[in-house]
Ligand binder design. Structure first.
Ligand code: FDA
Length: 414
């Protein structure tokens, strides 16, 4: 991993030092957007990335089609220790601004569901669009660039280069330094904790980080019971710590996944109980009672399979109630089975971790940053944008919208 060091001297500058107004570390969603916007303001901008390609997470997002924003973006789609922090940036660069940009580049897109906008073709349309914007704005984009050290020059005055960044391309002097290195998920795609290291170098508080939008793992005993359902899905509602999501659940060979589970994982802490309603559209108790009157000789699993796959009905009846004819089930038994179906309480064994998580919860404490500019309050010219900041969106295009909005906010002031 790259090393960072504080307050090193910049006096021994060499002749071929690169000088730019703005240096951005990380050519992902936020970094490229910030580069294009700051360049368009007439700032000389360079964005460097250690990966061999820019925007790798954009390319793999949304199953290769990039869910680039959400039409219903609101501040309450974001988690942060300070729920108000995201409001300014989100209101100044909205989902409609990004949609306008996508339209300007004639990128075809569609709404999949719940306001989630995806490219019709490929996620690379979004990367090409950002690179084109960078090119038009004269922002230079460099890949395969390792950042070794960041030093502060305290004596250069307001207009001078405040930072010297030592990289594999050489020394780069800049007035504004923007950290857009993202979160920790999918390390194989170039994710690193470098942004957090930089924050620590400048003695900024970090909120605890954890993988989010991530599948749950289950205990061995529960997996043995449910493994036969691996690959099956069902529309559920799920709740944890007073938050509820209504979406699909997918049984996997490691545990539970699907959009409902990914969403609730952001609100879950080890040991917390999760409640699942497997039949959220009906009053299960009443429905079973009614079925008992209408079809007394039908087996319980036959009745339940009206609402889910046969296999699911089989597994759940094996687990929670013997599948005998309905008229052999006491009211008490039927009630307790209804309670299980509509209020299944489980404690996940854990989460799958950064290998499969979509995002990192936590990060640079928003108290350290101006919500208007994304600049570090106590360190002039240093900015943090995108996922490295303690702002995490729900599933559905919100994380990209935060990347675009925080980048645009910073770009006005770098
Ligand atoms: P991002 O991760 O995009 O960019 C960070 C950049 O910094 C990378 O290019 C990286 O190589 C570079 N970097 C890291 N360390 C460095 C170092 N030491 N030196 C130099 N460069 C360094 N969101 C959404 O809204 N809709 C979606 O459809 C999806 N889908 C999705 C799928 C999958 C599989 C994942 C993992 C994530 C998503 N997301 C998503 C989340 C979304 O991808 C994420 O929130 C944004 O990309 C964050 O943008 P950033 O620019 O902050 O980081």
């Amino acid at each position: 991993m790259s090393k960072v060091c504080t307050d090193a001297s910049v006096a021994n500058a060499v002749m071929d030092t690169i000088k730019v107004d703005v240096l951005i570390i990380g050519a992902g969603a936020a970094g490229l957007m910030c580069a294009a916007k700051a360049g368009a303001r007439g700032r000389s901008v360079m964005v460097v990335d250690h990966a061999n390609k820019v925007g790798k997470k954009i390319l793999m997002s949304g199953g290769g089609r990039c869910n680039f924003t959400n039409m219903y973006t609101e501040p309450n789609n974001f988690l942060s220790d300070n729920e108000h922090f995201c409001k300014s940036a989100l209101s100044r660069y909205t989902q409609w601004d990004f949609i306008e940009l996508v339209s300007k580049h004639e990128i075809p897109y569609h709404e999949k569901k719940l306001g989630q906008l995806f490219c019709d073709n490929k996620a690379s349309d979004i990367v090409h669009m950002l690179l084109k914007e960078c090119e038009e704005a004269g922002a230079q984009v460099e890949t395969r660039c390792t950042v070794h050290e960041i030093s502060v020059n305290k004596d250069m005055g307001e207009q001078g280069s405040r930072y010297r960044v030592s990289t594999s391309l050489g020394e780069i002097d800049c007035q504004s330094l923007v950290v857009a290195t993202g979160g920790l998920s999918i390390p194989t795609m170039g994710a690193t904790g470098f942004g957090y290291d930089i924050a620590q170098q400048f003695e900024l508080t970090l909120k605890p980080r954890t993988a989010a939008l991530v599948p749950f793992t289950l205990s061995k005993a529960m997996l043995e019971r449910l493994s036969v359902l691996s690959g099956s899905s069902i529309d559920i509602s799920v709740s944890c710590n007073n938050t509820v999501f209504r979406e699909n659940l997918l049984f996997t060979h490691r545990g539970l996944s699907g959009p409902a589970i990914l969403q609730i994982s952001s609100y879950w802490k080890p040991g917390d109980e999760v409640f699942i309603n497997l039949l959220p559209d009906i009053d299960v108790d009443q429905w079973l009672y009614q079925k008992q009157q209408e079809r007394p000789k039908a087996e319980l699993k036959t009745i339940v399979s009206e609402k889910m796959t046969k296999q699911m009905a089989q597994v759940l009846t094996d687990w929670w109630c013997p599948s005998v004819p309905m008229n052999q089930l006491s009211t008490k038994k039927l009630k307790s089975f209804a309670e299980q179906l509509s209020h299944w309480m489980l404690i996940p064994a854990g989460i799958e971790g950064y290998r499969t998580a979509e995002v990192t919860l936590g990060g640079v404490d928003t108290d350290e940053l101006s919500s208007k500019t994304m600049e570090v309050k106590k360190q002039k010219g240093l900015f943090f944008i995108g996922e490295v900041v303690d702002v995490t969106g729900h599933l559905g295009g919100f994380n990209f919208q935060w990347a675009w909005a925080s980048a645009a906010a910073a770009a006005e002031f770098v």
